[in-house]
Design a protein around this ligand. Structure first.
Ligand SMILES: Cc1cc2nc3c(=O)[nH]c(=O)nc-3n(C[C@H](O)[C@H](O)[C@H](O)COP(=O)(O)OP(=O)(O)OC[C@H]3O[C@@H](n4cnc5c(N)ncnc54)[C@H](O)[C@@H]3O)c2cc1C
Length: 460
């Protein structure tokens, strides 16, 4: 049974939001505006920033910098709290969530009255452990930075490699996935690789660079429809990217990819953008699940039979009442659903159930960049190609960056990129220090110092 909160009640209802992506951070922002201090809101996320994923492929090419597209979640916290931790268990019976603090791995338990599940999705390797081990992915900021570092290191290595066969192997870059993420990362790295080779690597013939997209479908970008998809395929191929359609990657090693038609591609780079699934924690919840483990929600975005739990974004499964098709996993849907969830939470908490809203949204359009100043867009059924579509993409996503600071940074980086050559600086590996114990430190330090001459030690 859901416990109703009256505005006169002394204890404020506790709202726990899990995930700080498009869905979670937008619920956080909206719910604070609507409820102010009338609820105790806490957002828990394993990243202390909100990541603007549509521009992630531009991090892998160095067009943008990581801080351009990531905004600290605390920037959005007016009355709410933020907890930097990984969710490790969700107990829907006792209304408790267990988290592991990122810094020192300490476990903490949160209680809630209302839970918002917004933990997004993760890469789906369809059980292929070798691909999981050897492929780069493009889901997080670390992924994009890793791709950038790797492709620069590959260029450095290829420049020194005297064996022509090995050099050709190094210069083959395979991207699996013909959807938005796969196509955008392939076109970004293709442009970067040619630009960098031409300007800096004298021993690399840029004609030897081969970027290959492997698509399981008959073409690429199925989301934009056949005509725009064909235009995109044609353009991408003309820009030098090879596209292998109706083909799947079925195995991989550190130096090759095996395709479903038994072709082996010797290469040193494999990027996987071949599909998503939900977090295992979400998949394991005892409630109804749809395709890829997504949580089945009603039109109010609540879990069936669990009305105090809302789910949205990539984690939620809901059919469009008009078309009957399941809403796609896009930022656009996550943002819209966040508005509905916040309204419904406010209505619940203030006891105005009649004010609850059903989620009913029709996609206004889809856009993708497919090369230097070229894109495709389908907006309200209107097809837009080439430069116009690319400009629309930039304008739309730029306007949707969460703060003015990010808008200025991105605009400057885009501008600088038009003026200067590709930046080929690589960061190498990043040293990370993690504290594993933070229990009353003074005592644990004393404990560890017992055998040493502790009489001479003093503490602040
Ligand atoms: C490369 C790329 C390009 C894309 N381009 C577009 C585009 O152009 N247009 C578009 O509409 N969509 C695009 N998308 C899809 C879009 O990013 C997602 O649909 C959207 O992010 C979904 O929002 P979400 O909040 O559900 O999930 P996310 O934004 O992924 O957020 C999930 C949050 O949960 C947190 N989290 C996950 N697990 C845990 C845990 N165990 N403990 C604590 N925190 C956890 C994560 O850290 C993150 O903060 C793109 C995606 C990618 C990867």
């Amino acid at each position: 049974m859901i416990r109703k909160f009256s505005p006169k009640e002394s204890r404020r209802p506790k709202i726990l939001i899990l995930g700080g992506g498009f869905a979670g951070s937008n619920v956080l922002r909206e719910v604070q505006n609507q409820l102010g201090n009338n609820a105790e809101v806490t957002l828990i996320s394993q990243d202390n920033f909100f990541l603007f994923t549509p521009m992630l492929p531009e991090i892998s090419s160095g067009m943008l910098h990581p801080s351009d597209i990531s905004t600290p979640i605390r920037t959005f916290c007016k009355t709410a709290n933020f907890c930097h931790a990984r969710v490790s268990a969700i107990d829907i019976e006792d209304k408790k969530v267990t988290v592991i603090r990122i810094f020192d791995q300490k476990e903490t338990v949160f209680e809630y009255d209302y839970l918002v599940l917004a933990m997004g999705s993760k890469d789906n390797f369809f059980g292929n452990v070798n691909i999981e081990e050897f492929a780069f992915t493009i889901k997080t900021l670390e992924d994009a930075i890793a791709i950038r570092n790797h492709i620069i290191s590959v260029l450095e290595c290829a420049d020194q490699e005297k064996d022509k066969i090995l050099q050709e192997q190094l210069l083959r870059f395979v991207v699996v996935g013909g959807g938005f993420a796969g196509v955008e990362v392939a076109t970004e790295i293709n442009h970067f690789l040619h630009d960098a080779a031409k300007n800096f690597y004298k021993n690399i013939d840029s004609g030897k660079i081969r970027v290959i997209i492997v698509s399981a479908r008959n073409g690429i970008l199925p989301e934009v429809g056949e005509e725009l998809g064909n235009f995109a395929l044609d353009y991408v191929q003309k820009s030098g990217i090879e596209v292998m359609t109706n083909t799947k990657a079925v195995d991989a090693g550190e130096d090759h990819v095996l395709l479903s038609d038994n072709t082996i591609i010797p290469c040193a780079t494999l990027v996987w953008a071949g599909g998503v699934t939900v977090e295992p924690l979400i998949a394991a919840l005892k409630c109804e699940h749809g395709a890829s483990g997504r949580l089945i929600v009603d039109q109010y975005l609540r879990l069936k039979d669990l009305p105090s739990i809302f789910a949205l974004g990539d984690s939620a499964h809901l059919a469009d009442p008009h078309s009957g098709a399941v809403y796609p996993t896009t930022a656009q849907i996550a943002i819209r659903q966040a508005k509905t969830v916040s309204k419904n939470l406010s209505a619940e908490i203030s006891g105005q159930e009649n004010a609850m809203k059903e989620f009913d949204y029709q996609n206004k359009g889809v856009m993708a960049t497919i090369g230097k100043r070229v894109g495709v867009a389908l907006i309200n059924g209107r097809k837009v190609y080439g430069f116009q579509a690319w400009l629309l993409w930039r304008l739309f996503y730029w306007l949707n960056l969460p703060t003015n600071e990010k808008k200025v940074k991105v605009a400057f980086d885009w501008l600088l990129h038009q003026i200067f050559r590709a930046d080929i600086m690589t960061v190498g590996f990043i040293k990370k220090k993690t504290l594993t114990r933070l229990e009353t430190p003074i005592y644990s330090i004393l404990e560890r110092s017992k055998d040493e001459s502790s009489e001479n030690l003093s503490y602040l």
